[in-house]
Write a protein that binds this ligand. Structure first.
Ligand code: FAD
Ligand code: SIN
Length: 532
């Protein structure tokens, strides 16, 4: 058994920035960060375009950023959250700069600001086209100097510990569910350890791996959302899965390499198989319309022309400038035989971001006591029905800070819970056939991509639910009889996430933002978040 004052699950931007803050504020308290593979293997590391924030007050304003976020969110953003994130964002960005993050600047020393879909101004701070890698580097270097932060790498968190583990019946209507820590699998020893904590933060990231084609790395399996759902906490807006319009099309390669929206911000043009620039037929903002609109337009062009991808044309752009801003994309394209200066880049939409997740309030508090959530696993109300590009790194920083402020108030009145039992592995044996697990994962990705993608129908959702029921039954049987492994738990968590997406999508009898159902093509006059 282990004990820690602060337990942080996840080593991306959300988890690391929270860990740093509580550790610096309380040098005598222990902060434990758990991460399931390598420390930097996170969605954060792959972020390309950058982080949105108002820094150029001559051309931009908080009001414009707020307005762009609300327009992208299609009526479902919480305006209070939007204002909080936009107005507190610049101070949080300055903190990561102080921790060593380098954003690109021009010869005058001003930030070189990028632009992406849905933004009315240039406001994206970036480090070439590898912004996330730079942020992760700076955070990890700073963490390394903080003596009271310990990191458990290759530890897999299995479940939250609540009253349920003390033998009490816990349901959705139990008023004061409490989190006492977690059970986690130490992958070095294969032992399951009880970790008791006073305060726990979930920063477990997204769930793109629920789909066959995704920009998300393998770690993005929705573990935090599934754990909270099992612990009877509240989950909302899972139907709003954002498909990035322009992932590099490479048959059979997973995850897909992203071609940042900033390329379109710098002038890249989408063309169909006949080389026609088609976006003007879909939206007056053309290639820089919000993501839901561009992804649907591409989907429609692909279906119309019977192709598996469209093209991003950068041939007219200044190649020197392109290479300076997008060296990583240029090199990747070159490595597969595409010369961006003379050839178009084949692109197709890919599952990219989960707008919904663990429901939290304006301080990052979940519906379970002493349990916070921030970053992509949480649902703060910022994104509504569709996230504005480059708002997620910003949201993670602002809410990590808010979770920290609230934790400061709480930590000294909390104690460790006694009497927590060991993990119960009775009746389980080593899996005889790993294929049963991997095949369930593949079936899930296939059905989510086929039936719960960019365009949905009532019948497709019904079909998806029937297949999910079967997958759920099979994985639960396996889970009860098999020694736990990350592979088994990830597939189980993804099936739960799939269920939540389909369930909430089925309740939403309208088309709004990222949720487009041809049986209900209109928007409902009633604005609602769907909470399970
Ligand atoms: P992550 O960075 O994903 O970290 C999750 C952590 O949780 C990992 O350390 C993981 O190991 C750990 N974890 C998960 N489950 C468990 C478990 N069971 N046990 C132990 N540890 C666990 N957003 C922007 O704002 N701007 C961009 O330019 C941008 N570009 C993007 C490009 C790509 C290719 C992708 C995939 C995303 C992009 N995004 C961008 C989105 C953004 O990167 C993510 O939303 C954000 O980084 C999420 O940060 P996070 O800290 O919440 O989670
Ligand atoms: C991109 O660079 O296009 C991704 C930005 C984001 O997901 O916010």
């Amino acid at each position: 058994m282990e004990q820690t004052d602060f337990l942080v699950i996840g080593s991306g931007i959300a988890g690391l920035s929270y860990a740093l803050k509580v550790a610096q504020r309380f040098p005598d308290k222990r902060v434990l960060v758990i991460t399931k593979t390598r420390i930097d293997e996170t969605n954060t590391k792959y972020a390309q375009g950058g982080i949105a924030g108002v820094t150029d007050f001559e051309h931009d304003s908080y009001e414009k950023h707020i307005q762009d976020t609300l327009v992208a969110g299609d009526g479902l953003c919480n305006p209070v959250t939007v204002e909080i994130v936009v107005k507190e964002g610049p101070a949080r960005i300055q903190e990561i700069v102080d921790w060593g993050t380098r954003f690109d600047k021009d010869s005058e020393g001003d930030y070189k600001l990028g632009r992406e879909g849905g933004h009315s101004e240039f406001r994206i701070l970036h480090h070439k086209d590898v912004t996330g890698k730079e942020i992760e580097r700076a955070l990890l270097e700073t963490i390394g100097k903080q003596k009271n932060i310990e990191v458990h790498k290759h530890w897999f968190v299995l479940d939250l510990i609540t009253q349920h583990h003390l033998g009490y019946l816990v349901t959705k209507s139990t008023p004061d569910i409490e989190c006492y820590g977690v059970y986690a699998l130490d992958q070095h020893t294969n032992k399951i350890v009880r970790i008791l904590s006073k305060i726990t933060l979930l920063a477990t990231g997204g769930n793109g791996q629920a789909y066959r084609t995704t920009t998300n790395p393998k770690i993005a399996t929705g573990d935090g959302v599934a754990m909270v759902y099992r612990a009877k906490g509240r989950i909302e807006n899972m139907e709003f899965i954002q498909f990035h319009p322009t992932a590099l099309f490479e048959a059979g390669v997973s995850p897909s390499f992203l071609i940042t929206e900033a390329v379109r911000g710098d002038g890249g043009i989408l063309r169909n198989a006949k080389e026609e620039a088609f976006m003007e037929r879909y939206d007056e903002r053309r290639d820089l319309a919000p993501r839901d609109i561009v992804a649907r337009a591409i989907d429609s062009e692909m279906k119309r022309t019977g192709t598996e991808h469209v093209y991003l044309d950068c041939r007219h752009m200044d190649i020197e400038k392109f290479i300076e801003h997008f060296p990583n994309i240029y090199a990747k394209c070159k490595s597969i035989g595409i010369d961006v200066a003379t050839q178009m880049i084949p692109v197709a939409p890919a599952a990219h971001y989960s707008c919904g997740g663990i429901k939290v309030d304006e301080w990052g508090r979940t519906s379970i006591n002493h349990l916070y959530a921030c970053g992509e696993c949480s649902s703060t109300g910022l994104h509504g029905a569709n996230r504005l590009a480059s708002n997620s790194l910003l949201e993670a920083l602002v809410f990590a800070h808010r979770c920290y402020l609230d934790s400061v108030e709480l930590i000294d009145v909390l104690d460790f819970k006694e009497g927590i039992p060991d993990w119960n592995a009775e009746g389980t044996t080593e899996p005889e056939e790993m294929i049963l697990i991997t095949q369930s994962g593949k079936e899930l990705q296939q059905l989510m991509s086929d039936y719960v993608g960019i365009v949905r129908t009532h019948t497709r959702l019904q079909r998806a639910m029937k297949r999910l029921d079967l997958l759920h039954e099979e994985i639960e049987t396996l889970y009860e009889s098999t020694t736990v492994s990350p592979q088994l738990c990830e597939v189980r968590n993804l099936i739960t996430v799939g269920y939540l997406i389909v369930k909430e999508a089925s309740f939403r009898r309208e088309s709004r933002g990222l949720h487009y159902n041809t049986d209900y093509p209109q928007k409902s006059p009633i604005l609602q978040n769907i909470v399970l």
